[in-house]
Design a protein around this ligand. Sequence first.
Ligand code: CAA
Length: 382
Amino acid sequence: MDFSFTEEQLMLQDVARRIAQDVIAPSAAHFDQVGEFPLDNIRLLGENGLMGIEVPAEYGGAGMDPVGYVLAMVEVAAADAAHSTIMSVNNSLFCSGILAHGSEQQKQSIVRAIAEGREIGAFALTEPQSGSDATAMRCRAVKQDDGSFVINGKKSWITSGPVARYIVLFAITDPGQGARGITAFIVDTTRAGFHRGKTEPKLGIRASATCEIEFVDYVAQPADVLGTEGKGFGIAMGVLDSGRIGIAAQAVGIARAAYEQTRQYVKERKAFGAAIGTFQMTQAKIADMKCRLDAALLLTLRAAWVKAQGRPFTAEAAIAKLTASESAMWITHQAVQIHGGMGYSREMPLERYFRDAKITEIYEGTSEIQRLVIARSETGLR
Ligand code: CAA
């Protein structure tokens, strides 16, 4: 067993850390408060290869492996979760599915624009009435005689929806077939028939824009189909497996930021004539925070490593996401508690970490869905 990283992985981590600390961290509180999409910072991440980390260089990406992706995500998320959300959607939800199933043309034109950070991508699976139960979608793509599709329907909770140029969309092409009647499309949001709806006001990751979208007689050409007609649900699930490693890494980054600030604080803050870090109740919290942080990081790296070996990693990704997101929630909770009033104040980033951590237990499959995936894998029962 080898716990060391390659030179390339460490270089990527270093690039991500420098941008995260020099550019993102100083502006994170501002973007959170005004809820503005940090477009310039996202372009900078793209120029440095961080919007298409696993995309091969021939399609404009950094050509790195999933372990490198985790290391970079942790650094960006430790500076600001909202930036890492945008990064994760571009990297995992958008690029990974097209890389695995897309045509050469889709990779050369569309993936390249996203990986280089010139355009933003999004992923549209969820609908107002279908979240965890993804096959309950209603968005409909009706095939025409000339092979094109006319798409009608609504999608909700679309991360980066307000700014995305391209969206990977899932719609029903064969009603009554359940998961086997769903097809994936790549949608160009500048075309007729695409509309943006209300923007969601959110508890956390406020700088990452989220909205509803609607299709009214949007025409998709046969070249816009991603993969094979009727195989869209498997594409969505495979993409989410990769995405869950990204969200696990995001959770680790948020948790690490909260932990490191708390570790410093308990050495400086005095009460009853001593640093609060000398009190056993504080020591227990610090020890438990560190154990959960390391467990989350190691499980996330394991999932990335299994993926890098080309082996199935569905269960490993679910274990990593479940552990890391619940650890992030617990660690940020303890961090706020240990900081007392200052933890609750907007003058410090602890309350932002706490708000941001919550989404990692919800998106890209709730904790309940991760438990379902893990239990099915363990028992073989459904
Ligand atoms: N990889 C590839 N294929 C998979 C798969 C995987 N991990 N998991 C399932 N499939 C395939 C199955 O093989 C099956 O194919 P066949 O019909 O050919 O046999 C098909 O998908 C259906 O599988 P199931 O019967 O297991 O499906 P299910 O209805 O029981 O649902 C589920 C499974 C795990 C609950 C799934 O619906 C799920 O993951 N739900 C959560 C959805 C989710 O994560 N949504 C997040 C939205 S995106 C988001 O949050 C983005 C954002 O903005 C940041």
